[in-house]
Design a protein around this ligand. Sequence first.
Ligand code: GDP
Ligand code: IMO
Ligand code: MG
Length: 426
Amino acid sequence: MGNIVVVGTQWGDEGKGKIVDLLAQDIDIVVRFQGGNNAGHTLIVDGKKFIFHLIPSGILYKDKKCAIGNGVVVDPEVLLEEIRNLKKSGMEITPERLSLSEKAHVIMTYHKAIDLAREAAKGKDKIGTTGRGIGPCYEDKAARTGVRVIDLTEPETLEEKIRTNIIEKNFYLTKFFGSEPLECKPVLDNYLRMAEDLKPFISNVSLELDQALKAGKQILFEGAQATHLDIDHGTYPFVTSSNPVAGQVCAGAGIGPKHLHSILGIVKAYTTRVGSGPFVCELKDKTGDYLQEKGSEFGSTTGRKRRCGWLDLVMIKDSIRLNGLDSLAITKLDVLTGLEEIKICVGYNLEGEKIDYVPASIKQLDRCVPVYKIMPGWEEDISLARRMEQLPSNARAYLQTIEEITGVPVSIISVGPGRQDAIVLK
Ligand code: GDP
Ligand code: IMO
Ligand code: MG
């Protein structure tokens, strides 16, 4: 299989976790390379549900190694809780199985406070962030004032950084937002305590991956968020603060591009979005409610209802270009069962002109009207299909249309949330 990159092609929650878990059986190491615990990746294995926010979705296999790369922003509280929960389920989470990059940035108490205060102040114009401090942490990384995982191993450096940062953050929190200031000592003590528990996992992930590659091991890079939430290529400013596109793998894991062999894009069979921002194919009618209910479209991280709409191939074609996708995994096809007709957006009409890319201007995007191809639906239950021939002809026609319009082959079709609920074509 070689080394594979798995990325989201829409606005997140495409089912990346499920597909990573499925593919991980033939992989040695699974690596996260961007984002943080804004991600919520759901795995259902033997009827048991696991939601991972930071730990890569390969961890349920006892013989697999998982790594959190330098491009990730890490909330130690969340990481330690995930480790504790896995241990409670009887799994052994040792430093041999989980590595945390010493260069990853740490989400601090003040990042979370700023994220929440800023969103509250924006009111109806809010981005609808997950409130996990992701943006403020990446801001400090770019500003060169961030706390890195390595700093957790040097109490003096940590104290110095927290003391300096907290003066500035308190000024911002109290004077600009009218929020309560944070006290340095409790924050420092808390992070020092957590540092003790995290220390065994801290390592040079880039070096470890290099050794693994030299030993012929296969690596899967697990994207979080998705292409249209990308800070450069997404629907800015309604985006996250990292680059979820495949090109970020190298910078965010510390390896060179020659090691990436195939790029798989995860495409939900319809579109969802949590949080604010433009959504050309959004359905604010009973079909939208149907998709939301049948697909159990609630955010895995915040529990918010996901907005739903038809599949938008304009977005997918952008994702194919931006990630260099080799193939597509279509997820949640089972959710479309029971609909009389299914629409696929094949272009946008922007004031009389047909375009087939997502415009950079949010105002223009808001004015885009979807051009739909209408396809017949199917009634048959497809959740037990394990071969293409077992799908009704209308479902096969839907998949074929996606391939024809995008020019990219479909390699996996997911028909249910469980590990086995899939048709693997290649
Ligand atoms: P991720 O963030 O991309 O990993 O996706 P999430 O886990 O946030 O959301 C996907 C949701 O759909 C989860 O609840 C999965 O268990 C579920 N899911 C994944 N694939 C399928 C599928 O093919 N059919 C159905 N019905 N559910 C699926
Ligand atoms: P996974 O990996 C869906 C969205 C938030 C918000 C915007 C910015 O599970 O697909 P942030 O907290 O990142 O500053 O929020 O991005 N968002 C996601 N939406 N799935 C995710 O991750 C997301 N991570 C962030 O809802 O609109
Ligand atoms: Mg998710």
